[in-house]
Design a protein around this ligand. Structure first.
Ligand code: SAH
Ligand code: SF4
Ligand code: F3S
Length: 487
């Protein structure tokens, strides 16, 4: 247990930020600049949630949201999990240079995981002299101070904290992207150091929030009428490992949250090596816990899994899936897969295909291995050539498409509870929402349904989405016959 460092940002520091925030507000009011902001977010839900905090702080300082091309302050919240994520972010920052030529006053800030990489902030500042502000993942709550500094001088402002177990900042203002759905971070960082992954280097060590803080946040969200919460952590199953109370673990947290009464609870990500019977039983017994689990397997080959340092074998993973389906037959199971990991042979890849067919996932997110500086796998021999990598990912995607379509077809004729999220983008007479399993359903309905959970009879299944009709009758139980068998 790491008890030496303070677990939370202290009150003095939060008060200092509040003072800086008031100083920015006076400038906004006095000089009318910066009056507006736009945030461009890359990467995972963790980053999406960080952007809600950035937006919350900026709004509290008196700035209003605007389109990117009109905003006085544009903030790029970046990701570096794969090279293409990083290149996209940098490409867009370069593009802003043109905009800045037309509006020299505008401010450009770059933050998030990409900036947290060693040496990256300095590189950004050097290569992109038009960037005003760069900061990493551990000091998001310093935004008021950093913005004030950027407004007070023409110098580029950089702040990246290297403290890997940076204290947790509670009570940062938030501007939620949706009134019905909310993210709650339960823990920060990751201790797993999978060989290919940069996340532990840019998000630091595992730090769990106190259960009381999480529960208070959930209770406030319930009062606000939020219908669904998504609990976030790189490995939620490790929740509590760093807390003094041994009883504070993820299943216990889930049970307490289930009692709060928010209609839907989701969480991600679960690491297969730590998927306990207790968690499965808690999910099965929960009243509000969605029957959906994202369980990244990465590969179906034992040799590749061992090299990745994932901490489970193919057989162990399949055993966990069987145990899960035995307890929750209608579980919606999704995964992440990497192809072309260094040294991945044709046989290793076939093992991944056969595992995918055997598990029969509802959906899979597939990635070509991308070497990341500073990770173990980046040093490994046996790079797979680009043509083979592309051929492999295409074969994998085609296989999963067929499986997804077959899984979706099984729902035709059933009635699903759907949380209506938005008017359909293609057809104004339709609305779109999500089943408890997380599948998207489009059905005829008006915008008045948005934010409510309604029964929908599934009438057809397309590749990714389902179609249905609003079913007024009482919901019938969902019939999905998977039994305990993995198919
Ligand atoms: N904490 C989560 C995932 C975080 S990153 C977990 O352990 O499952 C999300 C996904 O990106 C990973 O599951 C993995 O499939 C993929 N990924 C991470 N690093 C990658 C890399 N270097 N190349 C390709 N894909 C990668
Ligand atoms: Fe990366 Fe592995 Fe941690 Fe997930 S568990 S964030 S893949 S190191
Ligand atoms: Fe990317 Fe950082 Fe998430 S690297 S995937 S935004 S934790």
């Amino acid at each position: 247990m790491r008890k030496e460092a303070p677990r939370h940002v202290d009150a003095d520091e939060m008060a200092r930020q509040a003072t800086c925030a008031r100083a920015v507000t006076r400038r906004v009011q006095g000089q009318g600049f910066p009056a507006s902001f736009a945030i461009v977010t890359y990467g995972c839900q963790m980053n999406a949630h960080d952007s809600e905090k950035l937006a919350g702080m900026l709004q509290q300082m008196g700035l209003t949201p605007a389109e990117r091309d009109e905003a006085d302050l544009v903030l790029y919240n970046t990701c570096c999990v794969r090279d293409n994520a990083q290149r996209r972010a940098l490409g867009n920052v370069t593009w802003l240079k043109e905009l800045k030529k037309k509006r020299p006053q505008m401010l450009i800030a770059v933050c998030g995981c990409m900036v947290q990489q060693p040496g990256m902030a300095e590189q950004i500042i050097r290569r992109y002299p038009f960037v005003n502000l760069a900061f990493g993942t551990h000091n998001l709550h310093h935004l008021p101070e950093l913005l004030l500094r950027a407004l007070s001088s023409d110098a580029q402002v950089v702040e990246v904290l290297t403290q890997e177990d940076a204290p947790i900042a509670e009570d940062v203002p938030l501007c939620r992207a949706s009134p019905h759905h909310a993210y709650i971070t339960v823990m920060y960082g990751c201790d797993n150091f999978c060989s290919y992954c940069i996340v532990p280097y840019v998000r630091g060590r595992e730090r769990s929030r106190d259960p009381a803080d999480i529960l208070a946040e959930a209770q406030a969200l319930r009062k606000d009428g939020v219908q669904e919460i998504m609990l976030l952590g790189q490995n939620v199953n490790s929740y509590g490992n760093d807390l003094a109370n041994p009883a504070a673990n993820f299943p216990a947290l889930l049970r307490a949250l289930d009692d709060v009464g928010i209609p839907r609870i989701r969480f991600m990500t679960s690491h297969p090596k730590d998927l306990s019977d207790d968690l499965m039983e808690t999910m099965a017994a929960g009243r509000h816990i969605c029957h959906a689990l994202h369980l990244p397997v990465q590969s179906g080959s034992d040799a590749v899994l061992a090299s990745m340092g994932r901490g489970y074998t193919r057989a162990a993973y399949l055993e966990r899936v069987a145990a899960l389906r035995a307890r929750i037959p209608d579980i919606c199971l999704t995964t992440d897969l990497i192809v072309a990991y260094p040294g991945e042979s044709e046989e290793d890849f076939r093992d991944t295909l056969s595992l995918v067919a055997q598990v029969s996932y509802d959906a899979a997110y597939t990635f070509i291995y991308s070497p990341r500086d500073g990770t173990k796998a980046a040093q490994l021999p046996g790079r797979v050539d680009a043509a083979t990598a592309t051929a492999r990912i295409e074969e994998l995607i085609a296989l999963q498409r067929g499986i997804t379509a077959a899984r979706n077809t099984r729902l035709v004729g059933t009635v699903q509870q759907v949380l209506v999220e938005e008017a359909s983008r293609r057809d104004a007479a339709q609305v779109a929402g999500k089943t408890s399993g997380g599948l998207t359903v489009n059905f005829p309905g008006d915008a008045g349904l948005i934010g409510s959970i309604v029964p929908v009879r599934i009438t057809s299944a397309a590749q990714i989405t389902l179609r249905g009709v609003h079913a007024d009758e009482k919901t019938r139980p969902i019939q999905i016959e998977t039994g305990g068998e993995i198919r």
